[in-house]
Ligand binder design. Structure first.
Ligand code: TYC
Length: 119
């Protein structure tokens, strides 16, 4: 038994030990551990944007190596679309908006969109 008079913590601990909490809610809150929803940035094909421009965008905005960027660009070119990267929603929205604005500024029709991803 501590020498000092009982603190709130002493009372709480002994109440947890012996069930004498008088019906008070003494459980500590469960930590929030939910993972954030993830979104893929998907690049769309078009007939006009130069391949070199797409590769430059993939390197500059998505930190791809020249080899990775070329592979993704060719996947878009041949299949119509491909995932550039997966992020939380705010980051995915920002990346897509930045790429779309840059392409527009450069007068290319290149477009990205975001789609929910189960990653
Ligand atoms: N299809 C374009 C061309 O032939 C190249 C291209 C690739 C455009 C990927 C957009 O997201 C894209 N010049």
């Amino acid at each position: 038994m501590p020498q000092h008079s009982k603190t709130q913590l002493d009372l709480q601990n002994s109440a947890e030990d012996n069930g004498q909490d008088g019906g008070l809610a003494l459980d500590t809150a469960k930590p929030e551990l939910k993972r954030p929803s993830m979104y893929a940035v998907v690049m769309l094909n078009d007939d006009y944007t130069p391949m070199e421009f797409v590769v430059e965008v993939l390197q500059g905005y998505f930190a791809k190596t020249p080899e990775q960027a070329t592979r993704i660009m060719l996947a878009v070119h041949h299949e119509g679309s491909a995932v550039c990267a997966v992020y939380t929603r705010d980051i995915a929205e920002t990346k897509a908006a930045l790429v779309n604005q840059y392409a527009r500024d450069c007068q290319h029709p290149l477009t990205c969109e975001i789609v929910p991803s189960e990653d």
